[in-house]
Design a protein around this ligand. Structure first.
Ligand code: F0G
Length: 460
């Protein structure tokens, strides 16, 4: 059979409210052209994020009922720990309300002024938590990972030579080495098992602990199985276990490959570090057997972790991206290749080359996708990264638009509709205009700033 079908039947549905183009143009103007400001009922296909937006299974809803809300020692916590330790054999599991809370706890202990923390690419909340502690975050991804056109199979890999130099240069100021699987900020690109092992080895040779940001661990394992020599006949579970066996700890957002709408954890082997982390947890999140979560959430995650490693699911999941990327490529839309795990990334700077980076080609494309097709995507470019703490502005490294897919939520006809929306945009793309920002906060401006269409493009 050629068609990879969605490996599920639909038991509960959430209607999508149909809108017209005229209505969407009005809504977007009322939202000051900021897609974060839209009401989700005004969106047809919501690809803003794959975080916490997936559909839970019947078994997960059953687990929600099973959840035990005891303040201390709930069996839900035992099931949560068992499910994690089945895949990631860490001694101490510390539940948190989401990934960034795990990062905040870890870096409140390991960060601090004068410290330096390397990764392939830190996700923005990870970087934010490191920098908030006074430490510096550095990205050491391989060169191919920065080239949208490179077809390297593991563009999320860390550059081992750079890591070696970094550890020698920064010495004792490096409290740990991190790696993000898959590399979200670098296009959802995977990291090979060989690279994970090698990074762990380099870190350990320098007596530094090694941590994995494991948000999309199952998607990463699927890529390892598909692309890494010698891994084809192995189970996803075994590959996942191998990835985490060489680490000293992990941070996790269960809103991604935990198949849950909320949740996360910090896992550690070092008992002293775990004690410090629990002390912080009790102050900021909750008692150590529930962290920031309800018992029912712990059970939903425990069940989700059993389902996420299912190969039929992962095959369908990754195929959705590949399918859209193949079709966009055929239309001449520049996309980051090869397909990553959770999202399609369009190179808006290359496609809308008549719009200067400081007039935000990514924002122009994201707005056009909404007006034309009701699709909500996310600019990852100069709007997000272009402004500096001193108020100055420079183009970001790339102007991308991310179409992130919620898990088990949309079907192939939604994917076809997305491609058709691009087909329409191919006709009008040269007429799309850039934007200027009329109001913005000092930090994290992309969430709330206001835009106005430019009357003229700088390069006109
Ligand atoms: N690490 C990575 C790699 C992430 O992608 C995210 C979240 C986090 C950590 C933080 O987890 O949201 O549970 O606090 N990424 C979302 C996204 C927000 O849209 O990519 P969280």
């Amino acid at each position: 059979m050629k068609t990879i079908i969605e490996p599920f039947r639909i038991k509960a549905v959430e209607p999508i409210r149909m809108t017209t183009r005229t209505e969407r143009v009005t809504k977007l103007a009322a939202a000051h052209h900021n897609l974060f400001t839209l009401n989700s009922q005004d969106v047809l296909i919501d690809l803003l994020t794959d975080s916490g937006t997936g559909a839970m299974s019947a078994e997960q809803w059953a687990a929600i009922m099973r959840g035990d809300e005891s303040y201390a020692g709930s069996p839900s916590f035992a099931r949560f720990c068992d499910a994690i330790q089945n895949l990631m054999p860490f001694d101490h599991i510390i539940p948190t309300h989401q990934g960034r809370a795990a990062e905040a706890i870890l870096f409140s202990i390991m960060g601090g002024v004068g410290r330096n923390i390397p990764s392939n690419t830190h996700f923005d909340t990870t970087r934010g938590n490191i920098e908030a502690s006074g430490a510096m975050a550095h990205d050491l991804v391989i060169d191919e990972g920065k080239d949208p056109a490179s077809e390297h199979p593991f563009k999320g890999n860390m550059d081992l030579a750079q890591l070696e130099t970094y550890l020698t240069k920064h010495g004792d100021s490096v409290p740990c080495v991190m790696i993000t699987i898959t590399n979200n900020a670098g296009g959802g690109q995977p990291v090979s098992l060989e690279n994970i092992r090698a990074v762990a080895q380099v870190a350990h040779n320098h007596s530094r602990p090694f941590f994995i940001d494991g948000c999309r661990f199952a998607e990463n394992a699927w890529f390892i199985k598909q692309r890494e020599p010698g891994q084809q006949d192995r189970s996803i579970e075994d590959i996942v276990r191998d990835c985490f066996a060489v680490a000293d700890g992990m941070t996790m957002s269960a809103k991604k490959d935990g198949f849950a709408n909320i949740g996360g954890w910090l896992a550690l082997n070092d008992p002293e570090l775990a004690e410090q982390a629990r002390a912080h947890l009790v102050r900021t999140e909750g008692f150590p057997t529930y962290g920031g979560l309800a018992g029912r959430d712990l059970d939903a995650i425990a069940q989700g972790l059993k389902e996420i490693v299912d190969e039929d699911y992962l095959r369908y999941r990754i195929r959705t991206n590949e399918y859209i990327i193949e079709r966009l490529d055929a239309l001449g839309v520049p996309v980051i290749k090869p397909a990553g795990g959770h999202a399609v990334f369009v190179d808006a700077r290359a496609w809308l080359s008549h719009i200067e980076p400081l007039q935000y080609p990514g924002q122009a494309l994201a707005c056009a996708l909404y007006e034309t097709g009701g699709i909500r995507s996310c600019e990852i470019g100069t709007v997000m990264f272009g402004r500096h703490p001193d108020g100055s502005e420079t183009p970001a490294a790339m102007d991308l638009v991310r179409l992130a897919f919620p898990r088990r939520t949309y079907t192939q006809s939604h994917a076809d509709y997305i491609v058709e929306t691009f087909e329409e945009l191919v006709q009008v793309k040269d007429k799309l205009r850039g934007f200027k920002i009329t109001k913005q906060p000092k930090l994290l401006r992309h969430f709330t700033c206001w835009f106005e269409p430019s009357s003229k493009n700088l390069v006109d």
